[in-house]
Each structure stands twice: as C-alpha cells, then as structure tokens.
Design a protein around this ligand. Structure first.
Ligand code: ZN
Length: 463
C-alpha cells in the first residue's frame, strides 16, 4: 500500500509539494515555494505538516522556485536525506536557491529598515547558509538512470521539455505479485519550443499527478518566431531601442539562441545585443555544459561547430558599471534583462531610461501576474512606478505569448493520447481551481478516465 498526500499546488500554480509514503519510505516530490499574493505566500511561514526530519528523499521535477524554493527552509527544519534530480536541475538550483536566499535576506532587511514587519526583528525565510547546506544534499542523475529508493521501489527521470533539466518523475514499486507505477508530470512542456525536447511518453502508468496551468486556455500565437522577427524589425526601423524583460533561466537563453539563428538566416540584421542579468549569465554557462539535454536540431548545430547562444554582436554585462554603461547607447540596441515581470533586478533602470521615449519598444514575452509592473506596462497605463518615480509609458508595447513552457489543454490531451493503459486515477494539480476542474472534465470527456482534483492536505491510498 502507498499513500499520497497533497501539501501544495492545490487550487494554485505554486508551492508544489507531494508526500508519497511507499515501501517504508517517506518521499517528498517537489519542495516548492508559494509565490504570488500575500495570502498565498504566508503559507511558506506555516510549520510543514509533517516533520522534515522524517523524510528520506526529496525528488525534484525541475529548478523553478515554485518547485524547489522551499528546500533551504526544509533543510533548516531538519531534512538531511538526499535530494534527487537531473544534473541540469541540480546546477540550476545551486544558482537559483542562492539567489532566492539573497532575496529573502534583502526583504527582511528592508522590512526592518522600514519597520513594517509585525516581528522585530524581521527574519528571512531562510539564509544563504541554509541554501549552501541544501546544495550539499543534491544527488544528480541522468535522464533514464535508475535509482533505488528502497528494496522494491525505484525512480527514473524522463525529459518533460519544460525547462533545461526538467523531468517527469516515474516511481515504480515491484513487490510480490503486484507492481505499480506513479508518474508526476511536474510542469509539462510543449512541441516546437527552441532548444528543448518534446515531453517524453511514459507507458504503463497506474497513477498520474498532472499539472493544469493551462487547463482553461490554449496558446494563441501560431508562429512566435515570425512574430519576434516582425517586432525586432519594426522597432529598429522606428529608430529607438528594444528592451526585453526576460526570466534569467530559460527565456534569456531561448532569445539568444533565436537571435543568433535569425541573424544567420538573414531575417534580422545583427544589432548590438546586451544581456544584463548576472543570473542569466551563470545560467548560460550551465546551458553550455548540458548540450546533451538539448533537442536534436540544437545538438546538430553544435556538431557543426556553432556557438549557439552567441549572436554576432553580443555584450555580456557582469558589473553594475557595465549595466549603467548601456544607458549611453541611445538607439539601435537590444537589451535583455531580468526580472521577466519587472518585479526587480536591473531591468528597472533600463525601463526607467527607455519607457518615456515613444521611439523605443518594450517586448513582453511571458505571463505578467496581477500587481506586477509588467502587468501595468502590458495594460499600457499612463505611468509605472519605478524606484519611487512615476515613469511615463510612451514606448511601444509589444507582446508575444507563444514561447510559454507549459502545454495548453490540447497539447496535454495529445500527450495523454498514447498512454497504453487507462490509469487507475489521475490527480489534477498546479492550476487555479477552475483550470484544474476544466482540465479534469476534458480528460473525463475525451478518454473516460477517473480524474480527481485533490484539496490541500487530502490523502489517497494507491492500491
Ligand atoms: Zn516550471
């Protein structure tokens, strides 16, 4: 008998944490941070429902903070087992957890300075030291490797195509007569995303825990690369600059790859391109070290000796001085900087510089959550507040939504189609409540499967 308890990502897209008790072991699948509005974030401060010291393993689907960002707290509260994930996920987590700890510490400092915390002094959720202690527990595997969690239970990672290193986690127990396979989708990728593979197919699944971020929506753009070409050519013709807020891990590398390719194909001229995000630069090195995880097309370009992330006129900005020096380039440049939703980072000073001029263009390429500056810009409000100043939004605002890393509902149904047997039960997680319900209903209607939308804290026996 195995038991699965849902400790996060129920009715929300953050805080992925699933507790699996199997074959005498306590396993946590993903250890994510709750993100977004305060009522959700507050959950990070509640005591973990089960003592972290009682867990044997944490298995990670991928490095995104909503799947990995609670780890340093989990370790601080007593977890000392192994953290198992792919090599790329382990490398990306090293960078991202340190960055997350830095943000936690800065937030606490800020709260103390402004005196708005109820606690005195305000403490960070975790520290850089906690992140360091966490990194020591990583045990990376390659896709396809078997790892024995206990005598009768093994785990294997399959490429999920969501970000570099992202995996479907496949746990199989074989005991006596019976054997069962439990599959966790993590975040499910999509067809035709540059660099990444399509999500793998896994067979003989008995229980499936499936994400449903896009349970209610489909991706609109059919040719995101074509749209990117048009935006670049249009904005450069206007005689201004192009500023692209982009997530440091994933989106920035995709952009560099595409800009290089589009130059080579003669679809865009080679403009000076500035990458201004320290974490994106670190992540770029990790991408270069994990070429074996790329899709076939990208690997073939590498075989031809191409420097795949290097457009002709690329400038990497490491120091603050490098960053500020970009301000002197008044036109004809492309600036890529984080954060993707303009919540912080070096992108702030670039936007403060460029937004007031109508010759410039700002290109938004990802989801802009409510309450973020990214959303204010997307909605083309008159001004946006940056560093206490109301900056007028006169620049052209462009949007491309087609590079999303999440499968929409049609893509998810297509991924489920080749399943060679009917799963005993499918659990819908990682979606707003309506999206999870909608996705559940689509699977019931299309395939007639048994689909459940679990509540927070709910447990299920997996027979
Ligand atoms: Zn993700």
């Amino acid at each position: 008998m195995a038991k699965l308890t849902f400790l996060g990502a129920t009715g929300t897209v953050t805080g992925s944490r699933f507790h699996l008790q199997i074959d005498g072991k306590n396993i946590l699948i993903d250890c994510g941070l709750f993100q977004g509005p305060k009522r959700v974030r507050i959950k990070n401060w509640e005591p973990f429902p089960v003592s972290p010291s009682s867990f044997d393993f944490v298995l990670l689907t991928h490095a995104h903070i909503d799947h990995s960002g609670y780890l340093p707290k989990f370790v601080r509260e007593g977890f000392s087992g192994k953290i198992i994930c792919t090599h790329a996920t382990a490398e990306l987590c090293k960078v991202m957890l340190k960055d997350s700890a830095h943000i936690q510490e800065e937030d606490a400092k800020w709260a103390n300075k402004k005196g708005f915390s109820k606690h005195s002094p305000a403490l960070p959720l975790y520290t850089a030291q906690d992140a360091e202690n966490t990194i020591k527990l990583f045990k990376p595997l390659h896709y396809g490797d078997f790892f024995q969690l206990s005598e009768h239970t093994r785990v294997k990672f399959h490429d999920s195509g969501h970000i570099l290193g992202a995996a479907l986690i496949d746990i199989k127990t074989k005991k006596g007569e019976g054997s069962r396979k439990i599959l966790f989708s993590g975040d499910l990728g999509r067809p035709e995303i540059p660099i990444l593979n399509e999500p793998n197919q896994v067979y003989n699944v008995d229980y499936l825990v499936l994400e449903s971020t896009y349970g209610l929506r489909t991706h609109k753009s059919v040719d995101p690369v074509g749209e990117l070409v048009e935006v670049i050519n249009r904005s450069m013709k206007r005689g201004g600059s192009l500023v692209i807020p982009a997530f440091s891990v994933g989106r920035t590398q995709t952009l560099l790859y595409l800009l290089r390719l589009l130059e080579e194909e003669g679809r865009i001229d080679s403009y000076p391109i500035y990458v201004d995000s320290p974490m994106a630069i670190e992540a770029l090195k990790i991408f270069d070290d994990h070429i074996r995880d790329f899709d076939l097309l990208t690997r073939m370009q590498k075989m031809q000796g191409k420097d795949i992330f290097k457009p002709q006129n690329l400038h990497i900005c490491r120091s603050k001085e490098d960053s500020i020096a970009i301000n002197r380039q008044r036109k004809g440049v492309i600036i890529i900087s984080a954060s993707g939703m303009v919540t912080g980072g070096r992108i702030l000073h670039h936007l403060a510089q460029r937004l007031p001029d109508s010759k410039n263009t700002v290109l938004l390429m990802g989801y802009q959550a409510e309450g973020t500056r990214g959303r204010t810009i997307q909605e083309r409000k008159k001004t946006v507040k940056i560093h206490g100043v109301h900056v007028p939004i006169n620049a052209q605002i462009e949007m491309i939504d087609g590079f999303s890393g999440h499968a929409d509902y049609n893509e998810m149904l297509a991924w489920l189609m080749p399943f060679n047997k009917v799963p005993k039960q499918v659990f819908m997680v990682h979606g707003e409540a309506e999206a999870s319900e909608a996705m559940a209903e689509k699977i019931r209607k299309t395939y007639g499967w048994n689909v459940t939308v679990p509540q927070f804290g709910q447990s299920f026996e997996l027979t």
